[in-house]
Design a protein around this ligand. Structure first.
Ligand SMILES: Cc1ncc(COP(=O)(O)O)c(C=O)c1O
Length: 357
């Protein structure tokens, strides 16, 4: 039996979207492709309410490519990387592996990254780039990016501010205009509810200008090249056209639903899940920093999540254990993408039955 996924990615993809991928191929240097791909980026610009100085692009890659792009094309010498979980840690490692200095601002797992601690570290540190993870999927923590962005624009306008919104973009609010950031990126297997294999990034012109000053940008990681091709509504290398068909359909559905309603739907699912979690367990994130796309629950009752998943599988569902060092201590329910409140209520009802809560 197919198990519907409530893990924090990949998430459930409906048949309508899966079917889009069976459409015939077109040449990626043909006019037909440019019209099609230009349509997708226009829909992205509309959905994310982009100002003229901020441009969308789609890479055939998972989200991690954007750690490499930042390391190769954005950081001149020294980045401050805020680390409050496993994915932001990977960001720091990736930037360092590109031969740049990646100073880590360590924040306790479960806590959000706050503007004051960033400011204290940036002061006199000669940083050219800052990275923050909006939605740390490993801990279910959502950091106050808009507040950080406001501080950055006011106090450190010369620092390029890049945001990992891999597990929140197209679910939570991630508008670049609200975030005050220069780059924000997400992966399609999360809130976009598509198969894995594409990443969406929204990039300010000033980040592209920065990239022009950075040597040795590589090939796949060359941000300047990516946006040179965007001018022709093309990608520098052969894209996954089948997934682009699926993304095109997804953008139609998201636009139909509207940005505000997509956000509200995710908020409703998070509120329901977290109210239930607090009744029986505790939330792992500090109060006020709970993600609205993935609930990371402190397993205070020491329940066996593997056994739960075996029983849920018989009903056609799957949730997630904790990530990395939090494997035993927490479990996670992903409520993103195509899920709605009724679906979450049903699955939580089943968990109640199985665990006798
Ligand atoms: C917050 C965050 N950043 C980065 C990544 C890496 O993204 P991908 O698996 O699409 O490469 C993930 C994956 O789960 C994530 O949750």
């Amino acid at each position: 039996m197919h198990k519907k996924l409530l893990i924090p990615g990949p998430t459930e993809v409906g048949q309508e979207i899966l079917s889009e991928q069976t459409r015939p191929m077109i040449g990626h240097r043909e006019k037909e492709f440019a019209e099609f791909y230009g349509g997708i980026t226009s829909k992205l610009a509309k959905f994310f309410e982009l100002q003229p100085d901020c441009k969308p692009t789609v890479t055939t890659s998972s989200g991690t490519l954007w750690f490499d792009i930042i390391g190769r094309s954005i950081v001149k010498q020294k980045a401050l990387v805020c680390v409050n979980g496993a994915f932001s840690q990977r960001c720091a490692q990736t930037i360092a592996s590109c031969g740049k200095t990646a100073d880590v601002l360590d924040v306790e797992w479960g806590k959000a990254v706050k503007p004051e601690v960033i400011a204290a570290k940036l002061d006199g540190g000669n940083y050219d780039t800052l990275t923050v993870c909006h939605n740390e999927t490993s801990t279910g923590v959502r950091s106050p990016i808009a507040e950080i962005g406001k501080m950055m624009r006011k106090e450190y306008p010369e620092v390029i501010f890049a945001v990992d919104a891999v597990s929140s973009m197209a679910g939570d609010r991630t508008l670049p205009s609200e975030f005050g950031c220069d780059i924000v990126f997400g992966s399609t297997q999360k809130c976009f509810a598509l198969p894995p294999g594409l990443a969406v990034a929204l990039v300010k012109d000033r980040a592209i200008e920065r990239a022009k000053q950075v040597p040795n940008r590589g090939a796949y990681t060359d941000l300047v090249d990516i946006f040179e091709f965007e001018k022709k509504h093309q990608t520098p290398f052969t894209p996954n056209i089948s997934l682009l068909y699926a993304l095109d359909r997804r953008m139609d559905l998201l636009l139909q639903e509207t940005y505000a309603k997509v956000y509200q739907r995710h908020l409703d699912m998070a509120n329901y899940t977290q109210k239930w979690a607090k009744q029986h367990f505790a939330m792992f994130p500090e109060a006020g920093a709970e993600s609205i796309t993935v609930s990371c629950i402190h397993n205070t009752l020491g329940k066996n999540v593997k056994e739960l998943n075996q029983k849920l599988a018989e009903k056609g569902y799957m949730i997630s254990g904790g990530y990395g060092k939090l494997a035993e201590k927490t479990f996670r329910i992903g409520h993103m993408g195509e899920w709605n409140l009724a679906g979450i209520e049903e699955v939580i009802g089943l968990i109640d039955q199985i665990w006798g809560l």
